[in-house]
Design a protein. Structure first.
Length: 566
């Protein structure tokens, strides 16, 4: 227990947490006491590992008197210790202790927790604020009136603390404390709203960020039905919306960004006329001078478009123009990418035709971005976007009466994406080339196998002749990936087939780069697995010729492996 190595202590705590499987119930308290000693450590990660272990092992105890002595006693000793590290360890155990200890012991626990809330050491009060949310949840479950009153007092005391990091963590408990007040004190009490309003106007931006994160849950706590016989509280939707608007227009960009990301949850939680007050603010956020804020707007705007609380007029007047503005050429690629990543709900509501041109323009310009991560991201995203712009399959029937699905290609988006993917096969960055290969296989399912017989075959064949050997390897890998998903005619065409192109690479020109010849052998094996008859025999013959003429041992081994697969 005295080991100075934090990793050793964390490992020890982790192992002790499994001892409940090996020791009898009569000795379980010894394991908990050992974990309690580790919980006194001065390193937070060590303490947390010990706390997690105590909760795991202690869960095997029968709630009641036994827990009073073991869990309650441990928490009490840690709380009354002169070392603030011990008191920090105690904070994380109170919710569990309250849950498993007897009803007669709970007041003692809450009295001790009150001392932590008023502790002279800031970090102890901070950990008490962090622990309050979970403890409040347990108190809410029990519903004891005195305990509820004490819980509200802790929340108010910590909310008035001089340290902003304490008020910040305390704000996270706001929604739960609001539920407690409404469920067990007064369903029509104005105190939860006052607490929200006060926290949202805190002088510290860190506190306001936390309020922005929990705003939807806090407002929902006003409107959630309670089991009390009192009437449901009438919430002023405009007043709640004004608080949210203050967060969305906060001087601190981080507050605006966080508040923006909560809008898909916040708007439905606002009573009328709250949503109508907030939606116009989106236009202002779209023009924010800080890219981080515009990126936050872009990440949620399409989801907002699908909300029922957003009217058709608001969609046309505010949401649609904002989306089109954020996907425009004057925006950074990261902002535009955020729109593309979440565009599906918007397309579902306004239809493909309304945004088709803008998507084509965006993806075409982004395909030339200098940042390879943007090109890679767009490549990986391409098939999912293309699927959105393929109309419903047209069902036709063959002569035998079998159903045949043919996708209608009325939108320019799928073809534009396919063109970008083919271009990216020669991207200077390998990750982009690999992503393009994977995406092209998906595009066969979207555009149909016949699409490969056009530009795809020409592009792949041209790349096999490219002076850069890495591009020739990319083409080979892409052909191997396409082999199982395209028609056999695409592979076996004697003039323009992919098999002929690969065979020409290893026979007519006999590529000088060993790695290219190795990949060619692998590709031929994949082609052979999807062919039969004369074409399969031809591939076997080519591979046998390659073995006889190959001087590189690794390449020869790969060719022999390809032959064995066939």
């Amino acid at each position: 227990m005295d080991d100075d190595d934090d990793n050793v202590l964390i490992g020890l705590a982790t192992e002790l947490s499994t001892f409940d499987q090996y020791v009898p119930a009569t000795s379980i308290h010894n394991v908990i006491l050992s974990l309690g000693d580790i919980a006194k450590a001065d390193v937070g990660m060590v303490r947390q590992a010990a706390i997690d272990g105590i909760i795991k092992v202690g869960s095997n105890l029968t709630p009641g008197r036994v827990c009073d002595n073991i869990i309650g006693g441990l928490v009490g000793r840690l709380t009354t210790s002169d070392s603030y590290n011990h008191r920090l360890g105690a904070c994380g155990l109170y919710a569990f202790a309250y849950k498993v200890c007897s009803e007669s012991y709970q007041p003692c626990l809450l009295s001790d927790f009150s001392s932590l809330v008023a502790d002279k050491v800031q970090i102890v009060r901070r950990n008490a604020a962090i622990a309050l949310e979970q403890l409040a949840s347990e108190i809410n479950t029990v519903g004891n009136g005195d305990h509820v009153t004490l819980c509200v007092k802790w929340f108010n005391d910590l909310g008035a603390d001089a340290q902003d990091h304490i008020r910040m963590h305390n704000a996270a408990s706001g929604p739960m404390v609001s539920q407690i007040i409404r469920a067990h004190i007064d369903a029509t009490s104005p105190e939860p709203f006052k607490a929200l309003k006060l926290a949202a106007a805190d002088e510290s931006w860190r506190v306001r960020v936390c309020v922005a994160k929990v705003f939807p849950a806090w407002v929902s706590s006003f409107t959630t039905p309670t089991t009390t016989p009192t009437s449901t509280q009438t919430v002023d939707g405009a007043a709640c919306a004004n608080i949210l608007r203050s967060l969305l227009t906060d001087p601190e960009p981080e507050v605006r960004a966080v508040a923006t990301t909560t809008l898909p949850d916040a708007l439905p939680s606002l009573p009328s006329p709250g949503p109508a007050i907030i939606v116009p603010v989106i236009t202002q956020l779209t023009r924010d001078s800080v890219q981080h804020v515009r990126g936050a707007v872009a990440s949620v705007l399409c989801e907002i478009a699908a909300l029922k609380v957003v009217t058709a007029a608001e969609l046309d007047r505010v949401i649609k123009p904002s989306i089109l503005a954020l996907i425009g050429p004057d925006q950074p690629a990261e902002v535009r990418m955020a729109i593309l990543q979440s565009v599906e709900p918007f397309v579902g509501r306004v239809g493909r035709a309304a945004i088709d041109h803008y998507i084509v323009s965006a993806i075409t310009s982004m395909a030339g971005e200098k940042a390879w991560l943007i090109r890679s991201g767009l490549t990986k995203l391409g098939p999912s976007i293309a699927r959105l712009f393929i109309e419903n399959d047209i069902i036709e029937f063959s002569g035998s009466g079998t159903e045949v699905k043919k996708p209608a290609e009325q939108s320019a988006v799928p073809r534009s994406i396919a063109s970008i993917l083919l271009t990216n096969l020669a991207d200077p960055v390998e990750q982009v080339r690999v992503a393009s290969c994977d995406a092209l296989v998906e595009m066969v399912d979207i555009l149909g196998p016949d699409w490969v017989t056009g530009r795809a075959v020409v592009r792949l064949t041209d790349l096999l002749k490219h002076p850069k050997y890495l591009y020739r390897i990319t083409s080979l890998k892409c052909i191997a990936a396409l082999a199982p998903v395209v028609d056999a005619s695409v592979l076996s065409d004697p003039t323009h087939g992919l098999t002929q192109a690969v065979v020409g690479l290893v026979t007519t020109r006999a590529d000088k780069v060993p790695n290219v010849r190795l990949n060619a052998a692998t590709t031929l094996s994949h082609l052979g697995e999807n062919l039969e008859g004369h074409e399969l025999s031809r591939i076997r013959t080519v591979l046998r010729d390659m073995v006889r003429n190959e001087g590189d041992a690794d390449v020869r081994e790969a060719i022999e492996a390809a032959l064995r697969r066939l």
